[in-house]
Design a protein around this ligand. Structure first.
Ligand code: URA
Length: 237
């Protein structure tokens, strides 16, 4: 049993103070009886609690998963073409959806959650969650090319730029590490193609403070509460 105002605020109906006001206004009913008494206790699992006649439901436990998406798996909830999706690789949690997209040919980290506010923050460029990619490109980019990527390149009328780029290993092909804080459609591939180094392999290896360490393709883990906090904290002021 818990005080009604606490139940209502935990269920997201109103703040504690707001819930007291609703009760005072006679808008809260328990098992069909209007309740104005502020100390009244109830049990959300057993009692029928209503505000303005609408049943109050238990708050949904938020779930935050980090999946290493393999190549060939789509990052939408359903695929009209019947290809495997990220949803096939995680438990069937109600309301779970992937945050942002990775191309079907890209592998690497993708978040899944049932917390819409969290997803919005992570996806929004203002929160500057760094997306770190390893890209295998044709040829060996020169220092001037890397500088152009940092300064910004016009691609199909849109200015795209990386926050940072460096060479990890060079040979006939080069592995680059590219850091961005937004998720425009095919951004890494379009940028590197535009400077003459098309991508043949792309992996997302980090999202803000979380890295792919310990996750093989197809594996997932729950985020620690500290990681959830770090991902949803605004970086820019
Ligand atoms: N940039 C791309 O080109 N593809 C991805 O999947 C992610 C970023």
């Amino acid at each position: 049993m818990e005080r009604l105002q606490k139940i209502l605020s935990r269920a997201g109906v109103a703040s504690r103070r707001g819930a007291e006001k609703l009760m005072g206004e006679g808008r809260v009913a328990v098992n069909g009886e209007t309740v104005r008494e502020l100390g009244t206790k109830a049990d959300l699992a057993r009692d029928d609690i209503r505000v303005d006649g609408v049943r109050v439901r238990a708050p949904r436990e938020p779930v935050y998963l980090l999946l290493y998406k393999p190549k060939g798996v789509v990052s939408t909830r359903r695929d009209p073409e019947g290809r495997p999706t990220v949803m096939d690789l995680v438990p069937p949690v109600a309301g779970l959806f992937p945050v942002g997209r990775l191309d079907v040919t890209t592998e690497g980290l993708i978040l899944l959650t049932n917390d819409g506010a969290f997803a919005e923050r992570v996806a929004h460029p203002r929160y500057e969650v760094a997306r770190v990619y390893h890209a295998k490109v044709r040829g060996v980019p020169e220092a001037a090319t890397l500088a152009r990527l940092r300064a910004g390149v016009r691609v199909e009328g849109e200015r795209l730029a990386v926050d940072a780029v460096r060479v990890l290993a060079a040979g006939n092909n080069t592995w680059l590490e590219v850091r961005l804080h937004e998720g425009k459609h095919h951004e890494v591939k379009r940028l590197l193609e535009a400077v003459g180094h098309p991508v043949s392999k792309l992996k997302r290896v980090a999202l803000g403070p979380v890295t792919a360490l310990g996750l093989a393709p197809g594996q997932f883990r729950a985020l620690a509460p500290r990681e959830v906090r770090a991902l949803s904290r605004p970086r820019a002021s």
